[in-house]
Design a protein around this ligand. Structure first.
Ligand SMILES: Cc1cc2nc3c(=O)[nH]c(=O)nc-3n(C[C@H](O)[C@H](O)[C@H](O)COP(=O)(O)OP(=O)(O)OC[C@H]3O[C@@H](n4cnc5c(N)ncnc54)[C@H](O)[C@@H]3O)c2cc1C
Length: 461
C-alpha cells in the first residue's frame, strides 16, 4: 500500500447521500475518495423512489429528519434551479376518505406547524374537486401543501458527483469495501481494488449501513429493507391530475400516493413491505394488484391508462423512527445510515450537517482555493425546453436535432454528452438516468440497440 492510497476522508457509498457528502467535502482542502461498489452513482435506493421533494410537513416534530428535510427542501430547490435539474412545484393535496381520516386532518395541520411548515391549509370539498376534477368520489376532507415538488431523482446523484469530481474528489466505481481495521494513524479499508487508508471514514452505505457500522464496533441499529413497488403510467394519463395526491399518513408509512413525474408520466405507489433480502427489488402480482385497487379509488380513470413500467425500491428502514446519523470523534468515523424515505429531499442538508459535525470533531475544514463549480445538466423535464426543441442548440450542433429515442425524444447529442461527461454513463441504465433514452412507452424496444451501439463505441474521458 503506497501513499497514493492515503486519504483524509473515504466515503463508502455513492448514492444521493454519499455524493452529496462528497460534494460538501470538496469545498475544503481535503483528499477525499468516494467508493461505490456499483458501476455508477445513484444506483441503489436513490434510483428507485417517488421523486418528491418533501416539505417535511408530516415528519416527526423535533426529529433530526424534520430539521434536515426542511433545510434539504430549501437547499435542493435552489440547487435544482442552479444546475438545471428538472423540478416542478406542483404542490400536493392530502385527501381524507372517511370520517376517521377527516378527524385526523387537524392533527396533520398541527404537525405541519410543529415542523415549521406554515403553508398547509384545509380546503373545501368544492375546491378539491375544482383542483382535481378526476379524483374519485367519496372524499371527505382535504389539506393542501403547496410547496411539495417533484424532481428528476437521477440527476441529483449525477450532479453532486460531477461537482465533487470537478473539485478534485476521487470517485472509484466498481469498488466494494468489505472490512475496516484500525491502522496506527488511520483506517485501512479492504476493498476489491486493494487496501485504502483514510483518516476519516463516512458510512453512507444505504441498505448496508448497519453492516458497515458493525466494522466500526457499533450496533445502534439494524436495517430491515422496506420494499416500495410503483407503477408508471403513460404520459396520456398526465392530464388526470395537477398535483401530488397524498393519503392521510399512518405511523408506519406515508401510504399510496399518485404523483406526476417531471418526465410527464404518472406514478402510483409505493407499497410498504418489510422483506429479508437487501437486494430484492422484484415487483409482485400482489403488490401491483394492491396498488391498482388503491389507485381505482383515488383516480378511477388512471387504472384504464397504459402502464409504461413497474419498479421497486428498498427503503433502509430501521427499528428507530429517525435517521441514524452519528459522528464519533475518537474513532474519526461518521455513520450516515437508516436514511429511509426522505433522503433525496434531505441529501444536501444531511451533507451540510455531517460535514459540520466532522469539523467540530477535529477534521480540518480549510477552504479550498477554488469554490466547486455547480455543473449544468441537460434539460430532462417535460416542462422545460428539451434539446430537440431548442433551435439555438441545434443550430450550434446538429446532433441535438437528430433523435435516437422517439418515445422520450432524446437526441444523439444528449446520448453522446452522457457518454463523455465527467461521470459518464457506462451502461444502458446509466444512459437512461442521464437522458431518458429507453425510458418511454417502448422501454427501449425501438432505440435500445442504437443506444447500445453508441455505448459500445464510446470513447471514455
Ligand atoms: C419506494 C421509495 C420511495 C421514496 N420516495 C422518496 C421521495 O419521494 N422523496 C425523498 O426525498 N426520498 C424518497 N425515498 C428515499 C430516498 O430514495 C432514500 O432516502 C435515498 O435514496 C437514500 O440514499 P442513500 O445514498 O442513503 O442510499 P443508496 O442510494 O442506497 O446508496 C448507498 C450506496 O452504497 C453502496 N454501498 C453499499 N455498501 C457498499 C460497500 N460495502 N462498498 C461500496 N459501496 C457500497 C450501494 O451500492 C449504494 O449505491 C424513497 C425511497 C423508496 C424506496
Amino acid at each position: 500500500m503506497t501513499d497514493e492510497h492515503a486519504y483524509d476522508v473515504a466515503i463508502i457509498g455513492a448514492g444521493v447521500v454519499g455524493t452529496a457528502i462528497g460534494r460538501q467535502l470538496a469545498r475544503y482542502r481535503l483528499r477525499t475518495v468516494l467508493l461505490e461498489r456499483s458501476n455508477d452513482v445513484g444506483t441503489g435506493t436513490s434510483k428507485a423512489n417517488t421523486a418528491i421533494v418533501h416539505t417535511g410537513f408530516d415528519t416527526q416534530p423535533g426529529s433530526l429528519e424534520s430539521t434536515l428535510v426542511r433545510r434539504g427542501h430549501e437547499l435542493l430547490t435552489a440547487y435544482a434551479a442552479a444546475s438545471g435539474i428538472a423540478l416542478e412545484r406542483t404542490g400536493a393535496v392530502l385527501v381524507a376518505w372517511d370520517a376517521e381520516q377527516t378527524a385526523r386532518l387537524d392533527e396533520v395541520l398541527a404537525k405541519s406547524q410543529a415542523n415549521g411548515y406554515h403553508h398547509a391549509r384545509r380546503i373545501t370539498l368544492e375546491e378539491l374537486s375544482r383542483r382535481e376534477p378526476h379524483l374519485g368520489g367519496g372524499a371527505t376532507g382535504a389539506v393542501t401543501i403547496p410547496d411539495e415538488s417533484i424532481i428528476c431523482p437521477w440527476s441529483a446523484s449525477v450532479a453532486f458527483a460531477t461537482e465533487a469530481v470537478g473539485a478534485g474528489v476521487e470517485l472509484q466505481l466498481g469498488v466494494e469495501v468489505s472490512h475496516a481495521r484500525r491502522g496506527p494513524d488511520d483506517w485501512v479499508l479492504r476493498t476489491t481494488n486493494g487496501d485504502i487508508r483514510a483518516r476519516w471514514v463516512v458510512n453512507a452505505a444505504g441498505l448496508g449501513s448497519d453492516l458497515v457500522n458493525a466494522w466500526f464496533g457499533h450496533d445502534e441499529f439494524g436495517i430491515t429493507p422496506r420494499r416500495g413497488q410503483l407503477i408508471v403510467f403513460d404520459k396520456l394519463a398526465r392530464p388526470l391530475l395537477s398535483s401530488i395526491l397524498l393519503p392521510v399518513p399512518t405511523e408506519r408509512t406515508k401510504g399510496v400516493l399518485v404523483a406526476p413525474t417531471v418526465y410527464g408520466n404518472v406514478l402510483l405507489g409505493p407499497t410498504a413491505e418489510d422483506i429479508p433480502d437487501r437486494d430484492d427489488t422484484a415487483t409482485t402480482a400482489e403488490g401491483i394488484g394492491g396498488l391498482l385497487r388503491a389507485g381505482r379509488r383515488i383516480l378511477p380513470e388512471l387504472v384504464h391508462e397504459e402502464v409504461t413500467a413497474v419498479y421497486a425500491g428498498l427503503r433502509a428502514a430501521t427499528e428507530h423512527r429517525d435517521y441514524q446519523i452519528s459522528v464519533h470523534e475518537r474513532e474519526r468515523y461518521a455513520c450516515v445510515g437508516g436514511i429511509r424515505s426522505t433522503g433525496l429531499t434531505a441529501s444536501l442538508a444531511i451533507a451540510e450537517h455531517v460535514v459540520a459535525q466532522m469539523g467540530d470533531a477535529g477534521l480540518t475544514l480549510a477552504e479550498a482555493e477554488q469554490e466547486p463549480v455547480v455543473p449544468r445538466l441537460p434539460e430532462l423535464g417535460e416542462r422545460g425546453t428539451r434539446a430537440f426543441e431548442d433551435a439555438g442548440l441545434i443550430e450550434g450542433d446538429p446532433a441535438y436535432g437528430s433523435i435516437v429515442c422517439f418515445c422520450e425524444r432524446v437526441t444523439v447529442g444528449e446520448v453522446r454528452d452522457a457518454l463523455g461527461s465527467p461521470v459518464p454513463a457506462v451502461d444502458l441504465g446509466g444512459v437512461r438516468r442521464r437522458t431518458r433514452a429507453t425510458n418511454g412507452r417502448c422501454q427501449g424496444f425501438f432505440c435500445g440497440a442504437a443506444v447500445a451501439a453508441r455505448l459500445a463505441s464510446a470513447v471514455r474521458p
